[in-house]
Ligand binder design. Structure first.
Ligand code: SF4
Ligand code: ZN
Length: 314
């Protein structure tokens, strides 16, 4: 039993890390997450002098953990700026609660923040979009597709206007592994080519600078551990779920969690294998997908003449 074991430092155990076979006390657990976070940043050269980092802050456990740890690293440095960008997708009261708590969190940490909304950008939010889906007015039926496309668009556009050099995302290990599996089963190689710990289009394509590079320092931390971290540090969070959550991603989540239960550590193996394949996926996709276009309607970058956001939202 977990409770009878001791952490290697002698303190009381709060967490059993099955894939490592290690029993951890509160302090050693928190330290291990911070260490992994810093190691990922070093390993992929995510921070450079002169950077202006924007954390995409949803107010959930993952992005709050990322903001907290990033602030710890960046605060003593004078050569790197840190801000937070929040998006109000218009998914209702649950989102409002998240945003209020996220604002308070930024104030507590002394981090500058900016909020942008779907309503201001597209003239409507997710609530109206879901009504259109229900009435059968639109082709694509999954709310999360509209939400994800719209959010990425606003984040990129606004970050560029704010002079941000890197967008820091809150994706954890589970998010990444789900995306690997989903891109696989859907045959979405172009999407897969945009994954990885760092995505920097400026290195690969003409007009690539229009996409702000993305970094994911939490991608080797399992979702469960990110949740425990946020509870142990005592972040003020709202745990309500989005009313529109559903679809194939959630089936993939169950499938992967069942595998992990039977074969501890398999999530890491899936991600490591993907990372080894990524350079080849990028090569293949770059040859086939061609160049980056400036959208005919809005001027923002995309893979086609009219960007996905204009196609879905305008
Ligand atoms: Fe948006 Fe889907 Fe996430 Fe809800 S669950 S916030 S609709 S992406
Ligand atoms: Zn467009």
């Amino acid at each position: 039993m977990v409770s009878k074991k001791k952490c290697s430092c002698g303190r009381k155990v709060v967490f059993f890390r099955k894939y490592e076979g290690s029993y951890l006390c509160r302090q050693c657990f928190l330290k291990s997450i911070e260490k992994k976070f810093k190691r990922t940043i070093r390993k992929y050269g995510m921070l450079k002098s002169g950077d202006k980092i924007a954390v995409a802050l949803s107010g959930g456990k993952d992005s709050s953990t990322v903001l907290y740890l990033m602030n710890k690293i960046v605060k003593p440095r004078r050569d790197i700026d840190l801000i937070a960008i929040m998006i109000d997708e218009g998914t209702g009261d649950y989102r409002k609660k998240h945003l209020e708590l996220a604002k308070k969190f930024c104030k507590k940490l002394g981090v500058e923040y900016h909020i942008f909304s779907f309503k201001d950008e597209f003239g409507k939010g997710m609530k109206q979009k879901v009504k259109e889906i229900d009435k059968g007015k639109v082709k694509v039926k999954e709310p999360c597709t509209y939400c994800g496309v719209g959010r990425r668009y606003i984040l990129n556009k606004r970050a560029r206007e704010l002079g941000v050099t890197k967008l820091c995302m809150g994706h954890n290990l589970d998010d990444e592994v789900q995306a690997v599996i989903l891109n696989d089963v859907r045959g979405e190689l172009y999407r897969a080519s945009r994954m990885g710990p760092v995505t920097d289009w400026s290195l690969r394509k003409k007009k690539g600078k229009l996409f702000i590079p993305r970094i994911k320092p939490l991608r080797e931390v399992p979702e469960k551990e990110s949740a425990i971290f946020s509870i142990l540090v005592d972040f003020d969070l709202c745990w309500d779920k989005c009313p529109y959550a559903g679809g194939i991603r959630f089936d993939a989540k169950d499938f992967i969690n069942n595998l992990e239960k039977k074969y501890p550590g398999i999530k890491f193996t899936i991600l490591e294998t993907f990372d080894r394949l990524l350079p080849h996926i990028r090569d293949f996709s770059d040859k086939r997908e061609g160049k980056i276009h400036s959208c005919k309607k809005c001027g923002e970058p995309g893979s086609k003449e009219v960007c996905k956001t204009c196609e879905l939202w305008r």
